[in-house]
Write a protein that binds this ligand. Sequence first.
Ligand SMILES: Nc1nc2c(c(=O)[nH]1)N[C@H]1C(S)=C(S)[C@@H](COP(=O)(O)OP(=O)(O)OC[C@H]3O[C@@H](n4cnc5c(=O)[nH]c(N)nc54)[C@H](O)[C@@H]3O)O[C@H]1N2
Ligand SMILES: Nc1nc2c(c(=O)[nH]1)N[C@H]1C(S)=C(S)[C@@H](COP(=O)(O)OP(=O)(O)OC[C@H]3O[C@@H](n4cnc5c(=O)[nH]c(N)nc54)[C@H](O)[C@@H]3O)O[C@H]1N2
Ligand code: SF4
Ligand SMILES: [Mo]
Length: 883
Amino acid sequence: MDGTSLPEVRSTCAYCGVGCGVLLRPDGVGGLAVRGDPDHPANHGRLCSKGMALGDTVGLDHRLLAPRAFGHDVNWGEALQMVADQFSATIKAHGPDSIGFYVSGQLLTEDYYVANKLMKGFIGSANIDTNSRLCMASTVAGHKRAFGTDTVPGTYEDLDQADLVVLVGSNLAWCHPVLYQRVLAARQARGTKIVVIDPRLTASCDQADLHLALNPGSDVSLFNQLLRKIHASGHSDPHFLERTVGFAEAISAAEKDDPSVTGLTTTEIEAFCELWIKTKRVVTIFSQGVNQSSSGTDKVNAILNCHLATGRIGRPGMGPFSVTGQPNAMGGREVGGLANMLACHLEIENKDHRSAVQDFWNAPTIPEKQGLKAVDLFRAVEDGQIKALWVIHTNPAVTMPDADRVKAAIENCPFTVVSDLTAHTDTAQLADVVLPATGWAEKSGSVTNSDRTISRQRAVLEPPGQARADWDILAEIGRRMGWEDAFNYASPVEIFREHAALSSIAGSLGKDFDISGFAEIDDEEYAELAPTRWPVASGKSGDRYFGDGRFFYPDGKARFVPLTHRPPKAEPSIHYPFLLNTGRNRDQWHTMTRSGLSPRLSAHLAEPFVDVNPNDAERLNLNPANLVEVQSSVGQGIFRLRITDAVAPGQVFAPIHWTGESAPSARVDVLVPSVTDPISGQPESKATAVSIRPMKAAWYGFAVSSSAAFPKTDYWATVKTDKGYRTELAGYRHVEDWESTAREWFGLSDAACTSVEDPKRGSFRIAFSDGDNVLAAMFISREPVTLMRDYIATLPEVGLNQILSGRSASDDQDRGPIVCSCFGVGLKSIIRAIEDAQALDVEALGNVLQAGTNCGSCRPELSDLINEYSTKVEWNSKQREQV
Ligand SMILES: Nc1nc2c(c(=O)[nH]1)N[C@H]1C(S)=C(S)[C@@H](COP(=O)(O)OP(=O)(O)OC[C@H]3O[C@@H](n4cnc5c(=O)[nH]c(N)nc54)[C@H](O)[C@@H]3O)O[C@H]1N2
Ligand SMILES: Nc1nc2c(c(=O)[nH]1)N[C@H]1C(S)=C(S)[C@@H](COP(=O)(O)OP(=O)(O)OC[C@H]3O[C@@H](n4cnc5c(=O)[nH]c(N)nc54)[C@H](O)[C@@H]3O)O[C@H]1N2
Ligand code: SF4
Ligand SMILES: [Mo]
């Protein structure tokens, strides 16, 4: 088939809450060409490195093609009946609260709506929570405290119109790259200033006018200082204050707060406050450095307090802006996916709201109290209160705090169902029943992004095997449990219409979320629906909220919250002297089930690492490229050491992406205890007390292989490459027989092999081949293996001798770790171009190497490299080792 003849279809990126529009062109044989949609208001045609690589992730190798129950393939009828019967029997024996659903901000709105309706209206429990508890819960709670409802006041246009953008606990350059590009475009056009508030130096600091590396968890105190100064300098807005309650109390609490807990100098605090106060058009963007904290809700309100005090909210270029992480984190809040909410921003504990929803659904029941929030939900699984669990579109055995404990709880649950694309996730492997769901490019529905814009996601590929859409699976379980009429949906548009109709009731009960304008949308209009920001109702437009001073408390006024600094729960001690911060890499998405399928994405930061400050590394006698053991009160892990002053002394940082499938000893949430914010229930994922020491490895290894390797050793980490896999290894104990060990790890019992051993130096090299093809090659040494791994990883077909020598013909061929994933430009090539003075700015690097000229996500790293290397004539040999 001539693939280019297929039309392009408008859809939405699968990844982050920016919600970029994409144009998808299937090639007719399962592949997909992807480009940015020039007409989408979120991205105007731009995509980041992850969006650009979406086409790499639609392969079917890893997919689950049929339902599985207790280790066997079964047909849908059997699987669904088994699940429905088991749920019904459990409810009968133990009541509705013995069932738990754990769902995801990556579900489409229609999927999410059905899950919530099934649980709250029909099973009759509120024990449905979502991974948004780990993500947006503090923002939801903070918004509700201040505004009376969970409303994001602003729009993306505010970023274009701001004169100051403050990033609080947000690494926007890596996590919302297209929004970051928008901020940089505003900087170019109108000189927008950028302030970053983050204990860590991140890619988002690249163009910042000010970086405040505050002590972890001290944001409340910093914003209390700002509030105090707003008041003291006469910059509060008296007219707007009339629309609020509690200003005096908030000021008096702020005045008592001690700014020294931030660890910032008075000059730094003054500079920030002065800039903020004198710049009217200020947007304060906040994300997980705020939410994922035991004082997360207070942090949110500390920011909101300052915007309320100045009336800088809901007006062009001004406002607090919580950026959502997952593609439908916002949609999940709309349908009431959290255990403490009802649909359409209605309240579970409000009798009128409950009966309105129950009537609308014609539901037999509705819970009167909040359900269990994620951490408590899994505790209830652990202690046997929850006896049947359904996990949909999320991987809690990796991403919940105290992950080993959660893993054990799921494993011991009497009945667990997981709906996923693949049976290979850490969570799916624990399930009794695994249901094959359709994935991003195969499913149809809608999502809402960070600025309340609803966009369509459209199916462009056929579902593989027997995979079915999540809404469809959920609805059929509802029908099989006896609620035929309530779950009698034939397609997503029917669910969308119902949700829209329910929102008109919410609108009439005084709630913000109202899309009743869509209640009568016909199939064709839904098919064609263009991105639309809510509210969508007669007399309402999808514009900003609160500029008019009307809030959602019964008296119409906003609330200040008086706040006092509370430090993170973890206190560094002699046993655990460091504070572990966790977060994201530029090119990986969460547990890598999708981004990990793309070789170009996996080439950026290919191994789990822990960043340690040079002073601490020296004190602990740690050398670059060592493996280190990191231990907390609940678990331990092994990570590659990176020595960098991006983290302050006493703090360390590790990414969240590695799993039992990719690096079992580097699952970071195994280390993080389940400390939560008392109001939102959101876990403190960014402040864990840990100790660090070198791993006393007897040997280190590096391997390339054409198929996936699962070495049974103490440390291994693997990623996909163009040609297969590359794997880092290490072990505590000496291996007697390397050849048979390697055969077992790579599953190559019969392949021909060549090996070279140097017992004196403790080095061993082995390659397996099948005729001319190298199937696997492994390099073992007593010290961390230093060879051109990035070069070797690209060339499994290289001559055997070359592999065994561990060298290529010319050093120039080793491009080093990938920085620009669009064009595969590596660190070493970039450094070479800078040192040869061919390229001394980002534009010039683009001309010479193409680096940074497509999606632009790597531009902050390019400019850092130029700063670092343009002044150095000679390489510091230690640094050369480290790259
Ligand atoms: N590449 C990529 N992008 C993603 C994702 C991904 O997996 N990969 N995931 C998406 C999702 S679901 C989410 S929620 C977002 C998250 O987006 P972000 O919140 O921007 O990302 P994180 O890396 O989790 O954390 C942000 C920053 O908080 C800082 N921080 C830690 N403690 C504190 C503190 O006490 N105060 C302050 N002010 N800062 C602190 C960390 O150093 C870190 O740089 O990203 C989304 N986008
Ligand atoms: N320490 C620490 N822990 C954290 C965080 C942190 O910053 N630090 N961040 C937290 C945050 S903000 C988040 S959002 C979570 C994310 O954590 P998770 O949600 O657990 O991670 P994902 O890898 O996104 O899991 C999504 C799963 O859904 C599957 N899937 C993909 N498409 C579909 C589909 O269409 N249908 C179904 N049924 N399944 C599908 C994927 O294969 C994958 O297994 O992690 C949290 N955990
Ligand atoms: S910023 Fe990147 S990951 Fe996020 S929606 Fe846009 S293209 Fe996708
Ligand atoms: Mo998230």
